[in-house]
Design a protein around this ligand. Structure first.
Ligand code: ADP
Length: 749
């Protein structure tokens, strides 16, 4: 149950009396007021209730909703105009810090921008279910300084560990290797003292005076520019553009320190694209600020989530490191956001409310009136254009710290330097790895494909194994002996006969995944220490960490990995990166395919030679003339970006135009087609708007649900959301066909 403050009782006209008037606006003995309450449910608007006094927007309340009561937030929307007699009274006002005006404003903005219901955005803020409840005090134990009358080895083990820091019975017992009962027995015997502790202990404050590293001239210049921006106390986005290893992280740590120093109650948020990166990153923050930051990501336990949420809402947690959803934490006084690897597509959330965390971070900064720092070695075209057109500022770090050289990148034309039949590594790449093995240096083979083979085909009848009700290929995972769909999660044991023609042993794996390249590597280099890393081979950030640590410590000679190894890791003895299939990302051909390929491949090749030894990268390709690969080989990023920009400009695609995807989904294909056609016909006429489609999505059916899509392309001066709202209002809603809108889509599958 939530803390009720004040207690509400049945009473006179408003049926809510005996209230501590202090919590109402103006503290007045004022008349009953109508307040709007938004619930964290997919509802588009707030509902009116009767309150004994005015309440500030952002205040948490509990109010009757249908047959139940639900937690909601007082919302600054104008009353519906219903007469007060018809309104239900609030049930209680919750004693928790209200959402700050900037957070309320940000929720409203996000709903307007993404076109998802307001309540669905609020639900993203209320992600720690019990954070609004009174924390139940926990019993902990400290040493009492007295010995028990009877000593046993178990008791001694506990007393050796116990000190004046309160620890729970479970924690003490686990550390001493005894049962909880031993701990309680010691407390009963007077050797330990029971104390009550908050289950959500405060976070240790970051030590802002702890000296950071001595910055190089470049780094110091960049840090000063950002500090000047922070001192202006105004919103502006600034890009730190610097190759991997140039010290972007060191520079933005100084920015965080400057912002927190300037506002003693202020908070800073560092966003990272991947949780696999957060664990080592938390340690790095701790090293810089003498205390770990408040973490926020999907691997936290419920208790850890509640602790971060509560402490962020109180303003106690000053430095937060999190994944994209951390943007929706209820910051009391956020003063700076840093978006590391700003170009990373992991910032785009595709499930539930569809949003791009980098774009929302900039919007959040605009709402809160503070700067937003974007960092990347391969900034997105969107950000580069924002810099070029003067909307964002930029600082550059041109070289790697301590003169570590950038790797020498070479294309391997697979038409001329072909791998043997049934093999995937060209003679040139094999020779390069041989050399590294002799030198006792490490190699990374990169292939962004999980499993053994991406396609399983019947040699007899040509049948392709697909997931049930889906147009997705089943990927063989040989280690588990299963066929797996990476889109739906469906999996099955690999059948011994073709389900179509019943031919036995005819199902053949086609093409390589990391497991298959590992098989080849083990055959070629039986003596080498080989490890495979992908989200399947190491499920969960901890087991991934183990492989990454082994690589870092030199316990692996050849690492074969998907993109999980591409980002942010520092392997001092890695000097060769082989990209098994550099063409892979170009195949789908969506508007960002080349840009994504550039980012991913320059990131992965950037793993080579980060320390004192120079690195080398070999990119295996069948299209050595592709502009993006030529740009990678010549290191001419700016020319590549200029050509990309030109292409997008010609086509009127983002960032030179606006784009939205309207996707219709249904189990009933006939109804789907009819609805898509009917919807298309209802589109309003508008200048500067073009509608492409409807057309089947490239993966047409997923789990029995078929999908049709329209792309809406508009000139930059068009209010795309208003156009879409007008259009959607004309469409008859049907339960058989679901419509979703994705503003600025990244996923076209
Ligand atoms: P980026 O974020 O650009 O990839 P980092 O900030 O991670 O680069 O720096 C790369 C490595 O160089 C890190 O180990 C970092 O601690 C070290 N480094 C960068 N700048 C300095 C500096 N001025 N003094 C000491 N070490 C530094």
């Amino acid at each position: 149950m939530a803390v009720i403050h004040p207690k509400l009782e049945q009473g006179s006209s408003a049926r809510v009396t005996n209230i501590d008037r202090g919590i109402f606006e103006g503290g007045a003995q004022g008349a009953a007021a109508t307040v709007s309450v938004l619930f964290p449910l997919p509802l588009p608007k707030a509902y009116d209730y009767l309150s004994p006094g005015a309440l500030a927007p952002g205040t948490f309340v509990r109010a009757p909703l249908g047959p139940r009561e639900a937690v909601g937030v007082v919302w600054p929307s104008p009353p519906d105009g219903a007469s007060p007699e018809k309104l239900k009274p609030l049930a209680e006002v919750i004693n928790a810090p209200p959402l700050s005006p900037a957070v309320v404003d940000f929720i409203q903005w996000t709903a307007d921008y993404t076109m998802f219901p307001l309540g669905a955005i609020l639900r993203m803020v209320l992600r720690a279910n019990d954070a609004l409840e009174t924390p139940r005090m926990q019993t902990a134990f400290v040493a009492a300084g007295a010995a028990p009358s009877r000593m046993t080895p178990q008791r001694k083990a506990v007393l050796d560990i116990a000190d004046d820091r309160p620890q729970t019975a479970a924690a003490l017992a686990a550390a001493a290797g005894v049962s909880d009962a031993v701990v309680r027995g010691l407390a009963d015997a007077g050797a330990l003292r029971r104390v009550e502790i908050d289950p959500d202990p405060p976070f240790a404050p970051p030590d802002l005076d702890r000296p950071g590293r001595d910055l190089t001239d470049d780094q110091a210049f960049a840090a000063d520019e950002i500090a000047a921006l922070i001192a202006r106390r105004a919103h502006k986005a600034i890009l730190i553009d610097g190759v991997t290893g140039s010290g972007k992280t060191e520079v933005y740590f100084e920015a965080a320190a400057a912002a927190l120093r300037q506002d003693p109650a202020g908070q800073a948020l560092i966003l990272l694209p991947e949780i696999a990166l957060t664990l080592p990153f938390l340690a790095r923050v701790e090293e810089r600020f003498g205390a770990p930051p408040a973490p926020w990501h999907s691997e936290l336990t419920a208790a850890q989530r509640r602790r971060t949420w509560r402490r962020v809402a109180e303003g106690q947690a000053r430095l937060v490191v999190g994944a994209r959803s951390a943007l929706f934490l209820p910051f009391a006084d956020l003063k700076l956001i840093i978006v590391d690897e700003e170009h990373d597509n992991a910032y785009k959330q595709e499930e539930g409310v569809i949003y791009h965390a980098r774009d929302l971070a900039v919007a959040r900064g605009a709402r809160g009136g503070f700067p937003v720092v974007l960092a990347s070695a391969t900034p997105s075209l969107e950000t580069v254009v924002n810099v070029d057109e003067g909307r964002y500022e930029a600082v550059g770090l041109s070289s790697r710290f301590a003169d570590a050289a950038l790797p020498d990148i070479e294309l391997v034309d697979m038409r001329e330097d072909a791998a043997e039949a049934g093999k995937w590594l060209s003679p040139k790449l094999v020779a390069a790895i041989n050399e590294k093995l002799v030198l006792r240096e490490q190699s990374l083979l990169f292939l962004n494909r999980r499993g053994y083979a991406p396609l399983t085909l019947c040699r007899r009848c040509g049948h392709k194994m697909t997931a049930p009700g889906s147009d997705t290929m089943l990927v063989e995972h040989r280690f588990e002996q299963r066929l797996v769909c990476h889109h739906t999660g469906f999996s099955m044991p690999k059948p011994s006969a073709c389900p179509q023609c019943n031919a036995v042993d005819s199902l053949t794996p086609c093409g390589p995944g990391v497991e298959r390249v590992a098989e080849e590597a083990r055959e070629r280099w039986p003596e080498a220490r080989i490890a495979v890393l992908s989200s399947d081979t190491a499920p969960g950030p901890r087991s991934m960490r183990e492989v990454l640590d082994a690589m870092k410590n030199g316990a692996v000679d050849i690492l074969i990995a998907t993109q999980v190894a591409a980002k942010g890791h520092h392997f001092p003895n890695l000097t060769l990166v082989g990209v098994v299939d550099a063409d892979l990302g170009l195949a789908g051909g969506d508007l960002r395919a080349a840009e994504r390929t550039y980012q991913l491949l320059s990131q992965v090749t950037g793993r080579a030679g980060r320390a004192e030894k120079p690195g080398r990268a070999l990119l295996q390709t069948y299209q050595p003339r592709a502009a993006v690969l030529e740009a990678l080989a010549s290191g001419d990023r700016d020319a590549f970006l200029a050509a990309e920009a030109e292409g997008r400009k010609t086509l009127g695609f983002p960032p030179y135009g606006r784009l939205a995807a309207v996707t219709l989904k249904s189990r009933d294909e006939a109804a789907l087609e009819a609805s898509a056609r009917a919807m298309r016909a209802l589109a309003p006429n508008a200048d500067g708007v073009e509608i492409l489609g409807p057309a089947r999505t490239p993966i047409y059916r997923l789990r029995g649900v078929a999908r049709q899509r329209m792309l809406v392309k508009a000139r930059r001066n068009v209010n795309l959301q208003a156009f879409l709202a007008d259009w959607l209002a004309r469409v008859k809603k049907s339960s058989a066909v679901r419509i979703t809108v994705d503003i600025n889509p990244y996923n076209f599958l």
